[in-house]
Write a protein that binds this ligand. Structure first.
Ligand SMILES: Cc1cc2nc3c(=O)[nH]c(=O)nc-3n(C[C@H](O)[C@H](O)[C@H](O)COP(=O)(O)O)c2cc1C
Length: 299
């Protein structure tokens, strides 16, 4: 029997798959459904200090090679969301609460409240390409300030979600590590646009959005590979994962766990399918533990 359980900064996962932030993560009930479908952990939608409506429609477009969205971080605010965290906790899998704010203090405030509500870890979202927080993750100094502030206020592990929309992603990963991050999550969506040629206008109300799905996988793999050579903390890989082969590619690049976002559109079976495929791959290659293949492409 091969062992695909993983431990990320002391957080034990029965398998290395997680639900990515923003996709089905708005309610405790849905997070529980994802956990019972086999995910090793779930990440909530990004939550801020106050309710926020997000951008007006259209906010989501399906493209032949992926999805473009500019939701604008709609969320009910942490006061309302504590109930959902408590419900999600009933699933028995780690519940990672994604947080954002306008200042280091706001990030820390939301993280502290999430920890009190029972969060297993915090994922700091400094990387949304269609909201102001995206700018934080493009600046190593601001990233360090936010991570320090959150680390000072919570005891649970803190993951930092990185943006690919920078010249050198390792610079931001190193800043997060120096500030005390326990892991980094890579990557958030890639800044992109779609123009309707009949109306001759950008389709999204925000004009610019974030691209996800298969189109961004090679970008995400390159980011994970580069980060693996620059930091010692674990990397959680995300971007375009649709099946077990994609997941294995992320482990070989250096990810210790993976997240599925857009891939859940194909159905929640994706978590069990990916785990089954990873196990068969490990067996076929003569490995006994998932750990043995993490970073193997760096030899
Ligand atoms: C509709 C939608 C909403 C998202 N909302 C968030 C969010 O609230 N916070 C966040 O950190 N990432 C958010 N993301 C980014 C995903 O978590 C993930 O990083 C990205 O989509 C790449 O993974 P994928 O190709 O598997 O979707 C969102 C993505 C989509 C498609």
């Amino acid at each position: 029997m091969v062992d695909i359980s993983v431990s990320i900064a002391g957080l034990h996962l029965r398998n290395p798959t997680m639900l990515a932030s923003g996709v089905l993560g708005m309610s405790g009930k849905l997070l529980k459904r994802v956990a019972s479908a086999g995910a090793g952990a779930v990440v909530t939608k990004s939550i801020g200090p106050k309710p926020r409506p997000g951008h007006p429609n259209p906010t989501f477009v399906e493209l032949p090679y992926g999805y473009l969205n500019a939701m604008g971080l709609p969320n009910p605010g942490i006061d309302e969301f504590v109930q959902e965290i408590k419900i999600a906790k009933e699933s028995g899998v780690p519940v990672i609460v994604s947080v954002f704010g306008q200042s280091p203090e706001e990030f820390a405030y939301v993280a502290e409240r999430a920890e009190k509500a029972g969060a297993s870890a915090i994922e700091v979202n400094v990387s949304c390409p269609h909201a102001e927080v995206g700018l934080i993750g493009q600046d190593p100094v601001l990233t360090r300030e936010v991570v320090r502030s959150v680390k000072e206020r919570v005891k649970i592990p803190v993951f930092v979600k990185l943006t690919p929309n920078v010249t050198d992603i390792t610079e931001i990963a190193c800043a997060a590590e120096k500030a005390g991050a326990d892991a980094v999550t890579a990557i958030n969506t890639v800044k992109a646009m779609y123009i309707d040629i009949e109306s001759a206008k950008p389709v999204l109300s925000n004009k610019i959005g974030g691209l996800s799905g298969p189109a961004i996988k090679p970008i995400a793999i390159r980011c994970v590979y580069e980060i693996y050579e620059s930091v010692r903390i674990p990397i959680i890989g995300v971007g375009g994962i649709q099946n077990w082969k994609d997941a294995v590619e992320f482990f070989l690049a250096g990810a210790s766990a993976i997240q599925v976002g857009s891939g859940v559109i194909m159905g929640l079976n994706i978590f069990r399918d990916i785990c089954g495929g990873i196990k068969r791959y490990l067996e076929r290659k003569g490995f006994t533990k998932l750990r043995e293949i993490i970073g193997l492409a760096h030899r």
